[in-house]
Design a protein around this ligand. Structure first.
Ligand code: NDP
Length: 437
């Protein structure tokens, strides 16, 4: 904690994982001797670099770029690139750390990494975004590769940014390889990648509901965010007969008791790159509220936080419990604070941690890597089916690990502990086999 005192999000993520692993270390004294914990919390490599670019007024802007290559025990580093003004080393480290366990849970051979920049793509012209992305890749290209480190999208990095970065990588390296995932369909992308995180989240939540003896049909759902994860979680939940009544962005939230009009949200966010308050132009009877407070404003069966870290706080957890919410499944990375997570779990809400429930995105990215290596493209249905099976497996493996170590809380399986243990065991085995490195 002292070494990383300036990185509160990283300490938060590490505390959660290390607490869950206590029973594992009791059972496996050899892990202690091999200092696996001390090794796993230290990134193998972290890179920070200057990203200069020229804005539309001819002025040179300077951002800071990051890539944290956290753990390559089970495969090449894999994890997204976040472009958001809040990005700093601590944020990228917490995301990279989570990614180690998430990637392990997918059952696919990918290590953990994460990167990004404090650049804000919002309000920038396409040319400015391209100038930034080209400059960013002009440094990053020397550290990544299809068998070394394969970055992907995240907040602020969508198909447009991945395209600009891929183009620059190709110019600099003169190889056409699957070095980034989330690519366009005509140049190496995978069908169903866009939908994967949101769909995967709902597939995972479906398994949770099944264990509670029910399903999505007729359930009321609250979703935060209105980005990639939120949109496709909403789409799949609606397909399964649920009524989604909220979406949000960092300015405020919408409540539509008649059910969210997803076509309107897609047009606002994917086509017009607008703000969620514009939803009222499509549905004047809906309500828009400026600021936070979504979780306390509605009574729902299922809550899917899909915006950003630490957006669901203790008072939100109390409101969800008081309103009889059955499950909370994280679509974003660490959207629920440790205190709120514990409160939900202790009060009988069945809770899924993001590293398990949002792993569908990176799993499908790994499927994109497989298709690139084989120079093949699978159909939407093939990818979707693989994704669905992976989410079921992640759920089952988490439950099995929780049962093996007697991890129950509030009368439910402790999926936080289960996911941490299941994710850790595979990485631990590989690290033990590979010696001191
Ligand atoms: P996007 O950039 O597409 O969307 C993020 C959404 O969340 C935007 O609507 C954004 O609004 C909103 N948001 C950001 N901050 C806040 C806030 N403080 N309060 C309310 N809304 C907010 O990102 P993604 O959908 O891709 O990512 C969302 C989360 O899911 C992140 O935690 C990401 O790490 C995680 N994730 C994403 C995966 C993927 O495949 N995309 C995979 C696994 C995890 P605004 O426009 O105002 O910023």
């Amino acid at each position: 904690k002292e070494k990383n005192a300036s990185e509160p999000e990283f300490i938060q993520a590490a505390t959660e994982v290390l607490t869950s692993l206590e029973p594992v270390f009791e059972k496996h004294p050899e892990f202690e001797k091999a200092s696996l914990l001390e090794r796993i919390v230290e990134p193998e490599r972290q890179i920070m670099f200057r990203v200069p670019w020229v804005d539309d007024n001819g002025k040179v802007q300077v951002n800071r770029g990051f890539r944290v290559q956290f753990n390559s025990a089970i495969g090449p580093y894999k994890g997204g690139l976040r472009l958001h003004p809040s990005v700093n080393l601590g944020i990228i480290k917490f995301l990279g750390f989570e990614q180690i366990f998430k990637n392990s849970l997918t059952t696919l051979p990918i290590g953990g990494g994460k990167g990004g920049s404090d650049f804000d793509p919002k309000g920038k012209s396409d040319r400015e975004v391209m100038a930034f992305c080209q400059s960013f890749m002009t440094e990053l290209f020397r550290h990544i590769g299809a068998d070394t480190d394969v970055p992907a999208g995240d907040i602020g990095t969508g198909a447009r940014e991945i395209g600009f970065m891929f183009g620059q990588y190709k110019r600099l390296k003169d190889v056409y390889e699957g070095v980034l995932t989330g690519k366009g369909l005509t140049w190496g992308g995978s069908l169903a990648r866009t939908q994967a995180t949101g769909y995967g989240l709902v597939y995972y939540a479906q398994e949770m509901l099944k264990d509670l003896g029910t399903d999505f049909n007729g359930k009321t759902v609250a979703i935060s965010g209105a980005g990639n994860v939120a949109i496709y979680a909403c789409e799949k939940a609606q397909q399964l007969g649920a009524k989604v009544i909220t979406v949000s962005d960092s300015n405020g939230y919408v409540v539509d008791e008649e059910g969210i009009d997803l076509a309107a949200v897609k047009e606002i966010k994917e086509v017009k790159r607008g703000r969620i308050k514009d939803y009222l132009n499509y549905r004047p009877n809906a309500k828009y509220v400026e600021g936070a407070g979504l979780w306390q404003a509605v009574k729902v069966d299922v809550a899917l936080p899909c915006a950003t870290q630490n957006e669901l706080l203790i008072d939100d957890a109390k409101a969800l419990v008081a309103n009889g919410t059955m499950i909370v499944a994280e679509g974003a990375n660490m959207p629920t604070t440790l205190e709120a997570t514990q409160y939900l779990q202790e009060n009988g809400v069945y809770f899924a941690p993001g590293k398990a429930s949002n792993a569908g995105g990176v799993a499908t990215s790994a499927l994109e890597m497989s298709q690139n290596s084989q120079r093949l493209s699978w159909t939407f249905e093939e990818v979707d089916e693989k994704l669905h099976n992976i989410m079921i497996t992640i759920y089952k493996n988490s439950v099995a690990a929780a049962k093996e170590y007697n991890c129950e809380i509030g009368g439910k399986t402790n999926l936080v502990a289960g996911a941490n243990i299941a994710g850790f065991m595979k990485v631990a085995d590989a690290m033990m086999a590979q010696g001191v490195c």
